[in-house]
Unconditional design. Structure first.
Length: 104
């Protein structure tokens, strides 16, 4: 996930692995504000879906993982919406957009 603004140094890498009926999502982020909490969201469907909350450590680094039916969350949308589903990392305090998934 690249930064949402040119002034940000935040970066993240996200991996989603299928485990059968559920999926394992892992995120490693750096350049965050130390001690702040962040929310990873799946957006673009009828409602934004919170995937996990992570805390930035002293160095502004956060590593977290969660299990869940991520494929089912995306599969329940229309074909047009599927392509616009994206991950966003937002600060819990103020809800500011920090990182946003880009098209590849």
């Amino acid at each position: 996930l690249p930064p949402a603004s040119a002034n940000s140094v935040a970066r993240a890498s996200v991996s989603i692995n299928s485990l059968g009926l559920i999926d394992n999502l892992q995120i490693a982020a750096s350049g965050l504000q130390p001690g702040m909490k962040y929310r990873l969201m799946l957006v673009g469907g009828p409602e934004a879906q919170e995937l996990l909350v992570l805390d930035a450590g002293i160095g502004g680094v956060a590593i977290a993982q969660t299990l869940g039916p991520l494929k089912r969350a995306v599969a329940g949308t229309t074909a047009q919406t599927k392509h616009s589903m994206k991950l966003e990392l937002r600060s819990i305090e103020g809800g500011d957009l920090v990182l946003q998934q880009t098209e590849r």
